[in-house]
Design a protein around this ligand. Structure first.
Ligand SMILES: [Mn+2]
Length: 308
């Protein structure tokens, strides 16, 4: 089986159809497919973009038909939490409705304003998306293949790593092992910045945690080496012993594909011989990117395909 792994779409249906076409998928009876190939979507179908309903319709029809697989992104997880309350507390959604959370989700809410039943159906479908996929020959997860976290999630479901009610409620209690596991796997492994250092994220929010390059093999020596994105003012700052940031790297046989990191390079490149990120910021003027996997254990740069 060949896999075509596809990064974060965020409602950009034009690039999605153009990329599927470029990969050779054709619409038959309304569903994109290509014999001998399975598409693997890495999550983050919704929010930000101009055509979220159409994007969901294409992705879901392919998954239902069997021409694609999909994992859950942090935007789908957040949508489930935004629209679900704890039992007995109907007015307290699992994700608080702050301005920041509404802003992140507003395009989806707008598009589905007049399609409430359809939106509820998609929320139920999100709940059935695996949190990560181990296909034997390759692995797919939205942000990080972090074994200790995956082990925590595996306890909840022996049938595909689904967000069960029990896991959902545990994972939305800040500080619980399940909360941290979901954070690591679908939002990215983060560290606190040293001292009073902060940075401003792409939405203009000031943060004091940063995502780290979990796939790195060597133990890192400066914060500039380990954080995403690289920051000049952190580049020379040595990692403190107290932080004890050590990277086991990723060395398993099966390559891992992730989305999530809003990469900005004009030419996609592997992160390591075993890890590739396919999020090249289509929702910010970048590209929708796929990787055509043909059986290789060591990933290669000429297997990336851009939507234009
Ligand atoms: Mn994401």
């Amino acid at each position: 089986m060949r896999y075509d792994i596809i990064g974060d779409i965020h409602g950009h249906v034009g690039p999605l159809e153009s990329l599927l076409g470029k990969l050779g998928y054709r619409k038959r009876s309304g569903i994109y497919r290509l014999d001998g190939h399975t598409a693997v979507f890495l999550g983050d179908f919704i929010d930000r973009g101009p055509a979220i309903r159409q994007t969901l319709s294409i992705v879901r029809s392919m998954v239902d038909y069997g021409s694609a697989l999909a994992v859950m992104g942090n935007h789908e997880f957040n949508a489930v939490c935004f629209n679900t309350s704890r039992p007995g507390e109907p007015h307290r959604p699992l994700r608080s409705r702050t301005d920041r959370h509404i802003r992140q989700h507003i395009e989806t809410l707008r598009e589905f304003r007049r399609y409430a039943a359809e939106w509820r159906e998609y929320l139920a479908w999100f709940r059935r998306l695996p949190l990560f996929l181990d296909l034997g020959t390759i692995r797919a997860v939205h942000a990080a293949w972090h074994e200790p976290s995956l082990d925590i999630l595996r306890r909840y479901s022996d049938s595909g790593n689904i967000l069960t009610d029990e896991l959902l409620f545990a994972a939305t209690r800040r500080g619980s092992p399940e909360f941290n596991a979901i954070q690591n796997v679908i939002k990215g492994v983060e560290i606190d910045l040293p001292g009073a250092a902060t940075f401003v994220d792409k939405d203009g929010n000031e943060r004091r945690e940063m995502r780290v390059r979990w796939w790195l093999d060597a133990s890192a020596s400066t914060y500039g080496d380990i954080v995403i994105p690289s920051r000049l003012d952190l580049a020379a700052l040595p990692v403190s012993a107290g932080d004890a940031v050590r990277f086991g790297g990723y060395r398993d046989r099966a390559p891992v594909f992730v989305g999530h990191y809003w990469l900005e390079e004009k030419k996609p490149a592997i992160l390591s011989p075993k890890v590739a990120c396919l999020d090249y910021s289509v929702a910010r003027g970048g590209f929708l990117v796929a990787y055509r996997w043909e059986g290789e254990e060591i990933l290669v740069n000429d297997h990336f395909v851009c939507h234009e």
